[in-house]
Design a protein around this ligand. Structure first.
Ligand code: GLU
Length: 326
């Protein structure tokens, strides 16, 4: 594995800087990595879009941004904690739990250096089932072959919570599969699983694949438990997956979801975070145009909603200058 970038780059910069007066070439040695998710999700193309914008202005800041496909939210916060990633896209519930040391992060304790950068698109819990599976709601997943998500993914964190709240265990499924997002659609259409759960923005490649390759339905997730979870937790909200977005799914589907957010560490230098946020906001229309899941974002919503860890000071300063912070 590569890294450690920032430290290594800093040393290299200091050494080169002592030999040269022009700092541009020294700065060119800095690298950052953005952790995302599976390639058929939304994090990966959005992370790619951010890096593309940042790399376009590399002459100004000297930082090369690279996007990494990873196991998802939980993997990303842990990699940021370990210093292996500078930025990561993570679900709002995972950000909250990691910062506060709650939920799946209770054992490791609070990740005190976790810092918010901004929030992104909504991610409804999206259950896709084969049309011939007999699955019509969350409860009918019981006894079926279900992909509950790879360890390290955000969907796995959500499914573990729901399974626990329902008083179920993995053995209540005929199969509790731990497939990565890029595998789940072909496994569904090959009839190796009956359904998969994915917390993801829309439209997502994985859902397009599942709904065009075989006859499959998006299943509602609603009821008393969901009402209570949404009421009790700031990072959950009710969501609707619009009808007509996917083949064979003409009607709106009610579910609940989280928000995608971008996080970093307090250890990542101010100028790096500033260059990162400036890349996104300096030509915001261009950024929004890079993926349809981003179409409804506004700078105000991104800086004021969905972030539970403190903002990184450089991001906060940038948003204050722009007058966006409430
Ligand atoms: N929400 C998923 C996760 O946290 C990733 C979704 C995506 O890749 O777009 O693992």
């Amino acid at each position: 594995m590569k890294r450690h970038v920032l430290l290594g780059a800093g040393l290299a910069a200091a050494m080169v800087g002592s030999l040269m007066t022009g700092t541009a070439s020294a700065q060119e040695q800095r690298f950052i990595s953005v952790g995302t998710g599976g390639v058929t999700g939304v994090y990966y193309p959005v992370g790619g879009a951010i890096c593309r914008l940042m790399n376009q202005t590399r002459r100004e800041h000297g930082i090369r941004c690279s996007v990494e496909s990873t196991g998802g939210s939980v993997f990303n916060v842990n990699a940021i904690k370990g210093g292996d990633l500078e930025f990561g896209v993570v679900q709002s519930d995972v950000q909250y739990n990691a910062y506060h040391g709650e939920g799946g992060f209770a054992e490791g304790g609070p990740h005190e250096k976790l810092r918010s950068v901004f929030s992104l698109h909504p991610e409804p819990l999206t259950i896709v089932a084969r049309a011939d599976s007999g699955i019509t709601d969350f409860d009918s997943l019981k006894g079926k072959r279900v992909n509950i998500g790879n360890p390290g993914s955000g969907q796995r964190a959500v499914m573990d919570l729901l399974i626990n709240e329902k008083g179920w265990s993995y053995s209540d499924f005929a199969l509790a599969a731990e497939l990565a997002p890029a595998e789940q659609s072909s496994q569904l259409c090959d009839n190796n699983i009956d359904a998969f759960a994915y917390t993801v923005g829309h439209p997502a490649g994985a859902i397009q694949e599942a709904t065009t390759t075989c006859d499959s339905r998006i299943i509602p997730v609603e009821g008393e438990l969901i009402d209570r979870l949404v009421e009790e937790n700031p990072y959950y909200f009710k969501a609707v997956i619009p009808g007509g977005m996917y083949n064979g799914n003409p009607d709106d589907v009610n579910t609940f979801g989280v928000g995608a957010t971008v996080v970093t560490s307090a250890d990542v230098p101010d100028d790096v975070v500033r260059a990162f946020v400036d890349s996104v906001f300096r030509d915001f229309e261009a950024f929004k145009g890079l993926h349809p899941a981003l179409a409804n974002l506004t700078p105000e919503s991104m800086v004021n909603q969905g972030n539970s860890a403190p903002l990184h000071p450089a991001a906060e300063a940038y948003y204050k200058e722009k007058g966006w912070l409430k």
